[in-house]
Ligand binder design. Structure first.
Ligand code: ATP
Length: 232
């Protein structure tokens, strides 16, 4: 479904992506892990079209996305949940969800999305800014699901959440995959992300340095040492 080929991107003179190759097949959950500043967010933003790329290609369903801006990519079904949730605090939960349908046209239903995140049902008419961090993350994912994504890009969904909520959010992401959602997941919590993924990529300083089945990466000594806190 998604094929990224030799992709480069820079911030002024600073290179952030230096020839990235990555694929996501329909129905897969792919985890992208790596240290702070490796370029994970930049890669997601380059796929969704909010960050320009200077070289290389992104193909979606065999179609070259060059020249297609972010809004057109949403219309094709590429929907990103940004790092830090970025829900609209002064708006209600319901209105935040409705905004998710804006660029792609009304698709999902509020009731359908709330059924996936029952914690939000009672909060439907509350302001998003009053929700807990975990609830805001669920709302951010719910808002993306309102657009019925064909490819869901999740950036650091567990960031800043208490450990109990981290486990909960990964369980819900696994459940989204189980119903057929195709997901590219970026998370600092490499163990949890690889734990629910089919395949994984490890990124360092703008390059993919390792790729393979998630289970194999979890047992790779280099990954264990660098990202899983396992000491030999
Ligand atoms: P994190 O987990 O901290 O978000 P990341 O792997 O997502 O890290 P990016 O945020 O993509 O990494 O950053 C990749 C590189 O680009 C880093 O060197 C970072 O300092 C730089 N960078 C990111 N955003 C900008 C920006 N707006 N302006 C200049 N440099 C940036």
């Amino acid at each position: 479904m998604l094929e990224v080929t030799r992709l480069h991107s820079r911030y002024g003179r600073i290179p952030a992506l230096r020839g990235v190759d990555l694929k996501v097949a329909a129905g897969e959950l792919v985890a992208l892990v790596g240290a702070n500043g490796a370029g994970k967010t930049t890669l997601l933003r380059a796929i969704s079209g909010v960050q320009p790329s200077s070289e290389g290609q992104v193909h979606f369903d065999g179609q070259d996305l060059a020249g297609r801006h972010a809004r057109q990519r949403v219309q094709l079904g590429i929907v990103q949940v940004p790092e830090g949730r970025q829900v609209f605090g002064p708006m209600t939960v319901e209105d935040n969800l409705l905004l998710g349908t804006f660029a792609r046209g009304a698709r999902g239903t509020i009731d359908g999305v709330l059924a996936l995140f029952p914690d939000l049902i009672a909060k439907r008419r509350e302001l998003a800014g009053n929700l807990s961090g975990g609830q805001q993350q669920m709302l951010a994912i719910g808002r993306a699901l309102m657009a019925r994504p064909r490819l869901l890009l999740l950036d650091e969904p567990s960031m800043g959440l208490a450990p109990r909520l981290v486990a909960d959010i990964f369980t819900r992401i696994a459940a989204l995959k189980a119903v057929g959602t195709t997901i590219l997941l970026v998370d600092q919590n490499a163990r949890a992300a690889l734990g629910i993924a089919d395949r994984g990529y490890v990124m360092e300083t703008g390059r993919i340095v390792l790729a393979g089945p998630a289970r194999e990466l979890l047992h790779d000594p280099e990954v264990q040492r660098a990202y899983l806190g396992v000491h030999a």
